[in-house]
Design a protein around this ligand. Structure first.
Ligand code: GTP
Ligand code: MG
Length: 418
């Protein structure tokens, strides 16, 4: 089992579409990324082997939304170092959602490209064949395409020929569903017993449960798990009435602190908002963001962003609870801006931290574009639930079950008592 001490710095693949560019040295891989992004992102030169380590560039590729381009070293690199680079490039394949295989008409034998395409296809990654440098030699792409079973396009990165069409092809061939399919059931064994803590306080809507709670219950049922629901006030009685420990406890994150003290250390504990963040592929970004809370100093500016415009209630989370918590951490007054609804600033650079609500009213694409904006401007971003977990000192406890690889808790992985 992977322990809870392991770093969680790898952005999950679900975070956004990863488009990687493969091909021989000098085929024009870096030039193509520059042409698509319209920026000098990647280093280009006439010397083969210019790109050595993978280069990542996050951007908004319309109409697809947020993507990451990955520039790689040539797959035909030679020598000891070259072999190491090829190994790294092959490693990139494991996080690729869509591949561009770049061909140069300067070559005529494409056996290597064939071999690498097989590597990609073994991973079920869609490929677009891109024949570059047609300004030097305009060839009939059918000649090359006939040996491959994926779509082709010819371009000139240098002159910008067909770059717009290439972008369209990327949108058409991108896998549309790269969200997780399960909220939580994928890490549990069938018949697992899960206790849900759902306080029905003043902020809870009348006569119903909130969406993340409903979705979690449904997901547990779909995975043949058993769900027990109680308010925090009855939690102790519920636990006492069981003849075994629950396999997992999921709480509202506002009462993380209290619940974590009521639940034995060895019982895995997480929150609805953490589950939702993981589902949407935002978990590792938000963990990083939550850890930035420790760096806040008095006078720092913090943005609190809410997706919906609800009427603030007494002891409102975004207006009172969280600001108080952050100021306690910072050891003094902070400058806190609250934005609600569609009002999310273009310029985030004045902020040391962004705290976002659970974003149940935003679709994944909208939330991701906010995250990308924050990342591009180097501003840490996290959500309410993670901030509460961090403040309670249990962020690691509340997220480690998701980092145990395939199967999670169902493979016997538990939060270790030690
Ligand atoms: N004529 C022409 N030259 C190009 C084109 N695209 C790239 N080049 C040139 O080809 C050379 C290699 O380009 P890069 O973009 O660095 O190629 P790469 O595949 O990233 O190369 P490595 O990083 O070394 O693997 C440079 O001299 C580019 O200017 C093109 O469309 N037409
Ligand atoms: Mg390059």
């Amino acid at each position: 089992m992977k322990g809870c001490d392991e770093d969680m710095n790898e952005t999950p693949r679900a975070n956004r579409l990863h488009i990687a560019v493969f091909g021989r040295r000098n085929a024009g891989k870096s030039s193509i990324i520059n042409a698509i992004t319209g920026q000098e992102v990647a280093l280009v030169s006439e010397h083969p082997g210019t790109t050595t380590d993978p280069v990542y560039k996050a951007m908004e590729l319309l109409p697809l939304g947020p993507v990451v381009f990955i520039d790689t070293a040539g797959l035909d690199d030679v020598g000891d170092l070259g072999k190491l680079r090829v190994k790294k490039t092959l490693g990139v394949m494991d996080k690729t959602d869509l591949a561009l295989m770049v061909f140069s008409p300067e070559n005529s034998d494409f056996a290597l490209e064939k071999e690498w395409s097989k590597e990609l296809q073994a991973r079920k990654i869609p490929i677009i064949g891109v024949v570059n440098k047609i300004d030097i030699k305009d060839i009939d792409i059918k000649e090359i395409a006939k040996d491959f079973d994926f779509p082709f396009i010819k371009v000139s990165a240098k002159e910008g020929t067909n770059i717009g069409k290439l972008k369209e092809m990327i949108s058409q061939n991108a896998p549309t569903n790269f969200e997780l399919t399960a909220l939580i059931g994928d890490i549990l064994k069938p018949k697992s017993l899960v206790v849900l803590v759902a306080p029905q306080d003043i902020q809870a809507p009348k006569n119903r449960l909130i969406l993340p709670q409903v979705q979690t219950i449904r997901d547990l049922l779909d995975h043949n798990c058993m769900a027990l629901v109680a308010k925090d006030t009855e939690l102790e009685d519920l636990l006492n009435s069981l003849n075994k420990q629950p396999d997992l406890v999921i709480t509202d994150s506002q009462i993380f602190n209290r619940v974590s003290q009521m639940i034995p250390e060895e019982v895995p504990l997480t929150s609805f908002s953490i589950i939702m963040s993981r589902y949407k592929g935002e978990l590792s970004t938000f963990i990083k963001g939550a850890n930035a809370i420790d760096k806040l100093k008095p006078g720092d500016r913090v943005l609190i962003a809410e997706a919906c415009t609800h009427h603030p209630l007494e002891n409102d989370i975004g207006r009172q609870k969280l600001p108080a918590l952050l100021e306690a951490k910072a050891g003094g007054k902070l400058e806190i801006d609250i934005k609600a609804g569609a009002d999310f600033p273009e310029d985030l650079t004045p902020y040391k931290l962004i705290l976002h609500c659970g974003a149940c009213m935003l679709n994944r694409k909208q939330m991701l574009s906010r995250i990308i904006r924050a990342e591009q401007q180097n501003v840490p971003i996290t959500n309410y639930g993670m901030a509460f977990a961090h403040a309670a000192g249990i962020l690691k406890r509340a997220t480690c079950m998701f980092e145990q690889g395939e199967g999670g808790l169902s493979s016997g992985g538990r939060h270790d008592k030690s």
